[in-house]
Design a protein around this ligand. Structure first.
Ligand SMILES: Nc1ncnc2c1ncn2[C@@H]1O[C@H](COP(=O)(O)OP(=O)(O)OP(=O)(O)O)[C@@H](O)[C@H]1O
Ligand SMILES: [Mg+2]
Length: 293
């Protein structure tokens, strides 16, 4: 599969109000995302997910490294023509109706007025807002705003969708509908990069995930790779070292047996990595303080 997104050793520092100090939001991050995948970017609050997305969209400039989409630098604004973006906290004019907002964004993309109206109707239906198109955005609930934001991201049928927390504030039925929409987009050949804290939904939707903390990558890969943990293979055959276990697996397969491996959940992997990383960070901080004394 072709590589659509490349994040190449990217670091992003934000200056702090204290002279000479800076906050490292993204720390030497490298990722490659193939086209036609649903890719989840995960991590605790403040781990650098939204910053990574803004770097990918060319809305922020990296302190070091580079981001490429389709082999082109994201510093070139024309790259964004083929990207739909749902921001983390979308802010829309509260006095526009849902339909007017979509027509406005469609017109910005150069779509003719008449076509824009038909498109708005179609998009409202796709995100389950067909009855609310005439209502002002000021009256929309959080989940409805999220849905209209998603409709906005779909204008122009972009090949790449970057969705920063598309399920935030959406009720479980709405989340299932948005999940189905994302699957449908993938079936149409689109690539979807999303951030979410709803790990069970991520697990059901994504082909691959990256887990970040403090701007660094903790783990990356397909769910099949990540969730079949070495530790948990011992759930089936206990108390054996890796070599013996592999021999047994090989023997079992050569004898025509089927070896099933228990998967841990994405939630477990996430909690485990974050807790482990926190522990090792506090040990290294304690060591540094010890050295400074
Ligand atoms: N414009 C900015 N100026 C200064 N610091 C920033 C800026 N944007 C983000 N940060 C800091 O960078 C870090 C990463 O923030 P980011 O928004 O990327 O996190 P996140 O992983 O998206 O978190 P969340 O899950 O809460 O959305 C945080 O410590 C945040 O305070
Ligand atoms: Mg964020």
């Amino acid at each position: 599969m072709a590589e659509l997104i490349k994040i190449d050793n990217v670091t992003k520092d934000f200056p702090l109000p204290i002279r000479g100090k800076k906050l490292r939001a993204v720390d030497k991050l490298s990722l490659a995302i193939e086209s036609n995948t649903v890719y989840g970017l995960l991590g605790p609050n403040g781990s650098g997910k939204s910053t990574t997305i803004k770097l990918l969209l060319g809305l922020l400039k990296p302190t070091e490294g580079r981001c490429l989409i389709n082999g082109e630098s994201v510093a070139d604004p024309s790259i964004r023509k083929n990207i739909g973006y749902l921001p983390e906290a979308p802010y829309y004019y509260r006095f526009l109706s849902g339909t007017e907002l979509l027509v406005y964004f469609a017109r910005l993309q150069g779509i003719q007025k008449r076509d824009a109206k038909a498109l708005a109707g179609n998009l409202l239906e796709r995100v389950g807002l067909e009855d609310a198109g005439g209502n002002r955005l000021g009256t929309y609930s959080k989940g409805m705003l999220q849905r209209i934001g998603l409709a906005q991201a779909l204008i122009g049928e972009p090949d790449l969708l970057i969705l920063d927390e598309p399920l935030a504030g959406v009720d479980p039925i709405g989340a299932a509908e948005i999940g189905a929409l994302i699957r449908d987009l993938k079936a149409q050949g689109k690539t979807i990069l999303l951030c979410s804290h709803l790990l069970s939904q991520v697990e059901a939707l994504c082909d691959k995930v990256a887990i970040m903390q403090s701007g660094k990558l903790l783990a990356e890969g397909s769910l099949d790779q990540l969730l079949v943990s070495d530790e948990d293979k011992s759930l089936l055959i206990k108390n054996l070292d890796t070599e013996s276990r592999e021999r047994i697996v090989k023997t079992a397969i050569s004898m025509g047996g089927q070896v099933s491996v228990n998967r841990i959940s994405l939630e477990t992997l996430f909690q485990r990595l974050v807790a482990r990383n926190k522990r090792s960070n506090s040990v290294s901080r304690a060591n540094e303080e010890g050295e400074n004394e």
